[in-house]
Design a protein around this ligand. Structure first.
Ligand code: IMP
Length: 430
């Protein structure tokens, strides 16, 4: 019988979802991206070889796995083509295994221009976006004027939509942002060319998914970014423009609630955030720098340094509740190796006790002060450990305490970048 497993980030993104998706794809025949775009950066290391994917599902590294880009994803044709070429250069076949929904809205050059110009104008109040045009592309989708992949194959429709959108965006770029206008012919030609190249990979991903389920195949849904970056439930306005939580995987694919089996929440053993916005446990001291250095905490899409801090249980519990997480996966445990003590934020000092979730709603007026519980660290290495029993006892106590606080089992622990450097206590497909 088919089983659908959803992988979701339980923090602010960069939790290491790509590695876990790649690992679990051993048990899945179809892997699906359902939201976001090429703002994501999923780093995979297989036999020492590093691959960073932004748009194509992380299942692509396994032969025979079908990869789908669902209707909820905003697609940059240029970024997609670049990624296909990069994978082809590594002798990984893509064309025969990738299908992109004909309903995906496209990211166009004016979205990128507006994204960057807005950030410039916001100055110190900027969101810290990846500058990939994600927000403006989703605005067009909600505004019912998006150019979708299907439009690429109807030149008169494409031409009319592009003209009308360019009228609007050029007015905005020239008169409001004081930037140059963009040319219709160049963008139009690029879209036609891009459409031609993509044609064999465009399809009805919803139908493909239901057919696969009917045939008893296992499905893996790959979330991008993290729950606290969700447009509705995250630390608004410092969020991305899609639903990164469980609802996004239904609206972004056409699946229904009955199709969802296990929901795996991925969290680092500590916390990071890239871009602006509230981060209660952020450490702007030597400890934060030590976490950043040990964890190589630089954004895989923008190269920006990530902000680092201790694990935030209040935020993690919230993410688990939002998504109905049934199984937790803790990544990068090895980064904490050698710390004399490790801390966990178990509450917020100035929080309204009836509302443990208040941060994110009042972050602009009240700084959230974490309440920490301190545990003993471990001097032994967890790096590369593949069995729970071989973990240092203090590392196990740390994980046990997290499980107790979040009240969800920790079924997977990642101790390094390689596929093999993982402790799988319960496989979500079993
Ligand atoms: P946008 O998605 O480019 O609009 O950026 C909005 C916010 O989401 C910024 O704080 C970004 O740093 C953050 N963000 C977007 N994608 C990712 C990701 O894949 N990992 C971590 N943060 C992300």
């Amino acid at each position: 019988m088919s089983k659908t497993v959803v992988i979701l980030g339980a923090q602010w993104g960069d939790e290491g979802k790509g590695k876990i998706v790649d690992l679990l794809t051993e048990n899945a025949e179809v892997v699906v991206r359902f939201q976001g775009g090429n703002n994501a950066g999923h780093t995979l290391v297989v036999e020492g070889e590093k691959t960073i994917l932004h748009l194509i599902p992380s299942g692509i590294l396994r032969k025979d796995v079908v990869c789908l880009i669902g209707n909820g994803v905003v697609v940059s044709l240029e970024a997609l083509q670049e990624e296909i070429s990069l994978l082809n250069a590594k002798s990984i076949s893509v064309e025969e295994r990738l299908k992109v929904s004909f309903s995906c809205p496209l990211i166009l050059p004016y979205h990128i221009e507006v994204d960057i110009a807005r950030e410039e104008r916001l100055g110190k109040k900027k969101i810290g976006t990846t500058g990939k045009g994600i927000g403006p592309a989703y605005e067009d989708k909600i505004g019912r004027r998006a150019i979708r992949i299907a439009d690429l194959y109807q030149p008169p429709v494409l031409s009319e939509k592009l003209r009308s959108n360019l009228d609007y965006y050029n007015f905005l770029l020239v008169n409001y942002f004081k930037k140059s206008a963009l040319d219709f012919p160049q963008i139009y030609e690029q879209l036609l060319e891009g459409g031609d190249r993509l044609k064999s990979m465009v399809g009805d991903t919803e139908q493909i998914l239901f057919d696969a389920i009917g045939e008893g195949k296992n499905i893996l849904l790959e979330g991008a970014q993290g729950s606290l970056l969700d447009i509705d439930h995250g630390t608004y306005p410092f969020v991305t423009s899609s639903n990164t939580t469980i609802g996004g995987c239904l609206s972004g694919t056409g699946l229904n609630a009955q199709n969802i089996g296990t929901v795996v929440g991925i969290s680092k053993a500590y916390c990071t955030r890239v871009g602006e916005g509230p981060f209660p446990t952020e450490l702007q001291d030597e400890t934060g720098q030590r976490l950043a250095a040990a964890g190589h905490e630089f954004g895989s899409t923008t190269g920006r340094p990530r902000r680092c801090g201790w694990l935030d249980i209040v935020a993690l519990r919230r993410a688990c509740r939002l998504n109905g997480v049934t199984s937790l996966c803790l990544t990068k445990l090895d980064v904490l190796d050698g710390f004399e003590e490790v801390k966990i934020c178990v509450d917020y000092k100035n929080n309204n006790s009836n509302n443990r979730l208040a941060f994110g709603q009042k972050h602009d007026t009240v700084a959230t002060v974490p309440v920490y519980e301190t545990l003993s660290g471990w001097t032994e290495k967890t790096s590369g450990v593949e069995e729970w029993e071989l973990l240092p006892s203090n590392a196990r106590l740390y994980l046990e305490r997290i499980k107790e606080l979040v009240e969800i089992p920790i079924d997977i622990v990642s101790t390094g970048a390689e596929r093999s450097e993982t402790i799988v206590r319960v496989n979500p497909y079993s």
